[in-house]
Ligand binder design. Structure first.
Ligand code: URA
Length: 231
């Protein structure tokens, strides 16, 4: 089945069954979701190409956040990037512009990337959630779970050599853990065989500039991780 076909079926809410071993390893939700419409949705997403995926994100109303935000924020950057940077959710600026990390935190993220020799355009940037939660509250677990197939498909399409998780919410969701961020830093985690390195969220660093030294150490650790061939 091609991606366009999958997209039609997805929009019709039709279940597409595939043998598990034929699925990309992006069959993703950490939970054992037995709801049929949700299972169908996830399975369709696993075969989408970029245009179909972008369309599916735009059309998604699964968790209810879409009703309260201006637009979806899909992700931006090099679709063949070695580095995939994952944040939490769009804020007010991102909701307005339709692009992740464009506000003050985004400017700091750009500087963090430049510090390790990367331009924003070289990496891919996405979030756990594609829609802005009201008042910038933390994503709810059910919102993150419903949005997860989209991120998983992005990961599968990009096949990055390293994932950089920004902040507690991104790290804990990606790694399906409630371990505090302080203990997730400084280790190489794995997601579908891709190394994951955790650092502080740039918005937190703006509030706590004294922690920037730790973030710098994390970035250097991520660079070393890639060089040492954990990927
Ligand atoms: N914070 C995030 O986690 N993501 C964005 O896109 C913007 C701010």
């Amino acid at each position: 089945m091609d991606a366009r076909h999958a997209q039609y079926l997805y929009e019709l809410g039709i279940t597409v069954w595939q043998r598990r071993e034929l699925l990309n390893d992006s069959r993703l939700s950490p939970s054992d979701n037995t709801d049929i419409s949700s299972a169908s949705r996830e399975t369709s997403v696993t075969v989408m190409d970029w245009p179909a995926l972008e369309q599916a994100v735009k059309a998604c109303t699964a968790c209810g956040l879409r009703a309260g935000c201006t637009q979806t924020v899909f992700g931006v950057g090099n679709r063949r990037a070695e580095w995939l940077v994952i944040g939490e959710a769009p804020g007010a600026d991102e909701d307005k512009q339709g692009e992740p990390f464009v506000g003050r935190a985004g400017q700091l993220l750009n500087s963090m990337l430049v510090a390790i020799g990367l331009q924003r355009e070289q990496v891919y940037i996405a979030n756990i959630l594609k829609c802005r939660p009201p008042g910038n509250r933390d994503p709810k677990p059910e919102e993150a779970e419903l949005c997860r197939p989209f991120l998983e498909r992005q990961i599968a399409l990009i096949q990055p050599r390293l994932i950089l998780a920004l902040g507690r919410i991104a790290a804990q969701n990606l790694l399906a853990t409630d371990t505090p961020i302080g203990r997730l830093r400084g280790q190489v985690h794995q997601l579908h065989g891709i190394p994951v390195v955790v650092t502080y969220h740039p918005a937190y660093l703006l509030r706590s500039p004294g922690e920037k030294r730790k973030a710098w150490a994390d970035l250097q650790f991520a660079v070393r991780t890639l060089k040492d061939g954990h990927a």
